[in-house]
Ligand binder design. Structure first.
Ligand code: TRP
Ligand code: ZN
Length: 474
């Protein structure tokens, strides 16, 4: 009897089980993707294709009721898998329409599908949740990150690990996905997110804003804003839509502060290649928090960008725009590679400065920045391996930009301005490492620049000023 059973089971398995791809030795996916600085960010075993985030937001109380649908594909046989998710209460978890058991501890939500998932199998996860989202404070930046409720509204600023404060997510740049946001807010408020506003659906006392972000996006670049905004929508000469959202009383100041954005895009396109996404714009948060963030297709700025920054606002507007190419289109494979974002966006500011004032002024600026880089408070010297707490240290920005300027002098303009667009084409919609950048520079210059990059990226001491074409004049 037993033997017959075994044989029949065997036959069943061979003829039905295997073709169905039933996972024989399914394992739980890992609770991180292997980020050296953030081992618990992201998760192993699957790849998210699309997020649909239905968020019912009560602006005054900051109550959020959400339904997140993730469309994913298993990359291994999975008996269970994790999502990154913080603090909010979970009402239900469904995998392919079936209620699934889960455990929620810290930032890990572990879900056990009723049937194991097989490699390459597409599956759908729905998480219904609610609560009062709170920001978190990572050690890498001196302010609260993620979902923030302030005086008049709400903003989400995730970099590097705040997305999990407002939705369940595979929270690492190595898993980019597209997004749909259905944002229901009380009438009178405007809800903004990444991508294109497809619909505004009035519904009694509430309005639903439907945003589609069709370009693959890292979760740290996703955002939501709710406030009483006014919209200034224009088009660049190339037909790219620019939609800028300003707090309603600051429309005029906003138009003035951001007036050169289209020109910046046109300039950056000549150096980096075509603007990589379907749309661009800015959102100004009605709060002075002194930072800006390159949220994809809609960079966010604190209110101070409108006043008091004098001409300085232009620097930061250029910086966040440049991140759309460097950081967003090509993202860091590891958080440790952050200079690939910040050094490049800072050097883009300098290129914009050179475009406006000429190469002599750029030289003066570089000399000044070299002096800044010698400031002992501007750690770390080793910008390609800063400590986790120094990811966004000014030294990473400024020495990163100096590195690129030194590279430009080392290989010449022709090669340098080939490296930048080639980098973007090669790693488009994906991630890359510092080693990838060094390899590309070697390839296109036909040289071995290992020693050069070691000095700039992996040693504490600042390389000699002569490498910036300075200091050897007398
Ligand atoms: N990437 C931002 C910039 O340099 C800085 C930043 C990092 C940030 N994490 C943040 C800003 C979180 C706001 C919130 O442009
Ligand atoms: Zn930046």
């Amino acid at each position: 009897m037993k033997t017959w059973m075994t044989i029949w089971l065997g036959v069943f398995w061979m003829t039905i089980g295997l073709p169905l791809g039933l996972a024989q030795d399914a394992q739980p996916g890992s609770s991180g993707v292997g980020d050296i600085y953030y081992p618990d960010l992201g998760n192993g075993g699957y790849d998210v294709q699309h997020y649909t985030l239905n968020l019912m937001i009560d602006v005054e109380t900051n109550f959020l009721a959400g339904t997140a649908k993730l469309e994913a594909v298993a990359t291994q046989d999975l008996s269970a898998f994790n999502l990154d998710f913080l603090n909010l209460k979970i009402a239900t978890v469904l995998v392919d329409g079936q209620t699934a058991p889960y455990v929620h501890e810290g930032r890990e939500l572990t879900i056990q599908p009723l049937e194991p998932l097989a490699t390459d199998q597409a599956f759908e996860v729905i998480v219904k949740y609610y609560g009062f989202p709170q920001p978190t404070s990572p050690e890498s930046i001196p302010f609260e990150m993620g979902w923030n409720h302030f005086g008049t509204g709400i903003y989400a600023a995730n970099e590097p690990s705040g997305a999990a404060t407002w939705y369940p997510v595979n929270d690492h740049p190595t898993d980019k996905a597209t997004y749909t946001f259905n944002l229901s807010v009380p009438e009178g408020y405007v809800a903004v997110a990444n991508g294109v506003l497809e619909q505004t659906i009035p519904n009694g006392e509430r309005v639903t804003y439907v945003w589609e972000a069709r370009d693959p996006m890292a979760s740290y670049l996703s955002t939501v804003h709710v406030d009483r905004f006014l919209l200034d929508e224009t088009r660049t000469e190339d037909g790219l839509t620019l939609r800028n959202y300003y707090p309603e009383r600051y429309l005029q100041q906003g138009i003035v502060a951001f007036r050169r954005q289209a020109e910046m895009i046109a300039f950056f396109e000549t150096v980096f290649g075509e603007y990589p996404f379907e749309v661009y714009g800015a959102v100004v948060v009605n709060s002075s928090f002194g930072f800006a963030l390159e949220t994809q297709t809609i960079s966010m700025f604190g209110r101070e960008v409108l006043f008091g920054m004098g001409g300085d606002a232009e620097w930061i507007i250029a910086h966040e725009l440049a991140h759309q190419w460097f950081g967003n289109y090509v993202s860091p494979a590891q958080w440790r590679d952050i200079w690939l974002n910040e050094g490049f966006a800072t050097y883009a500011e300098w290129l914009w400065y050179e475009y406006n004032y000429g190469s002599e002024e750029l030289e003066n600026l570089v000399a000044e920045e070299y002096e800044n880089a010698s400031n002992p408070f501007w750690v770390p010297g080793r910008i390609a391996e800063p400590s986790r707490s120094d990811l966004f240290n000014a030294g990473v920005y400024n020495r990163g930009a100096l590195t690129l300027h030194a590279l430009r002098l080392e290989v010449g303009d022709a090669v340098f301005f080939d490296i930048l667009p080639t980098w973007l084409q090669r790693y488009a919609d994906s991630v890359a490492t510092t080693a990838d950048f060094i390899a590309l520079s070697n390839e296109l210059s036909n040289r071995d620049l290992t020693g050069f990059f070691d000095g700039w990226l992996y040693e504490d001491a600042l390389p000699p000023i002569e490498q910036l074409g300075l200091g050897s004049t007398n």
